[in-house]
Write a protein that binds this ligand. Sequence first.
Ligand code: SF4
Length: 306
Amino acid sequence: MEPLPFRPLRPYLRERFGREVHRVALDAGSTCPNRDGAKGFGGCVYCDVEGSGTGALRTGAELAEQLERGIARVARRDPDPGVIAYFQSYSNTYVERRRLEEVLGVVEPYLGTRVVCVSVATRPDTLPPEALEVLAKLNERVPVWLELGLEAADDRVLEDIRRFHTVQDFRDAAARAHAAGLEVIGHAILGLPGDGREGARRSARLLAETGVAGVKVHNLMVLRRTQLEHWHREGRVDVLDCETYVDWLADFVERLAPEQVLHRLTGDAPLEERIAPRWDVHKSEVRERLSAELARRGTRQGSRAD
Ligand code: SF4
């Protein structure tokens, strides 16, 4: 079989961990400075009230239960799964050191057995040195990935979507995480208002330049109970159709570094929560369409990297 013209996650995980690895998403019930008033209220314009997460719950016991149930769920499909404990919702390092230690402590019983990696999502401006210390210490025992939201590599766009951090914040956070020995996964959204096709290219260049190990990218989606829902109803914002998204995604992938692993290529919000787009193309089909587009162009991941 022809190798894919980009570097997808699944074969990378198999090669790295020597087994099938599944993500278990966890909600530690944190918050973020865009919601608690430190920087703003109401969140980024596209974020729903569950903080782009699972909507599951929060106390130490509940968190341990989330992980236990998640592991049991994947074990029903796979007799010997490896698990990435994925602290997904909100800004997980936007808490005091003790709380972060408590949250991460839920993986303890599974280290060396089920949990092969811990992935922690946060914002670039909520990464104090104490949090990095805690993550670096855990990283001595199990690989720790830090998932950092860039979303767009343009401060004007970031301001318009009310991210309330800057591109420089992302650069700084990625550099500090790398210095602490952590792997970074950068997030980007294609089709943000005012970002355009050139924005997709700019985000990829920035992610390549900062040397993040992995990249998650998806198309802008308008979810219920978000600011974007109002903007969409007022006709102030539109979303990409599938063909355009794949076209811009090909631009994006061409400008990444060849070794960066693509952890995600599309969003997966359920249709009942999603106002737009209404196209529901399975992620495997997005992968196939991307491969076909790159083949048509005669390019691949990294072809247009600086
Ligand atoms: S996307 Fe992240 S930073 Fe933005 S409001 Fe939601 S939880 Fe906060």
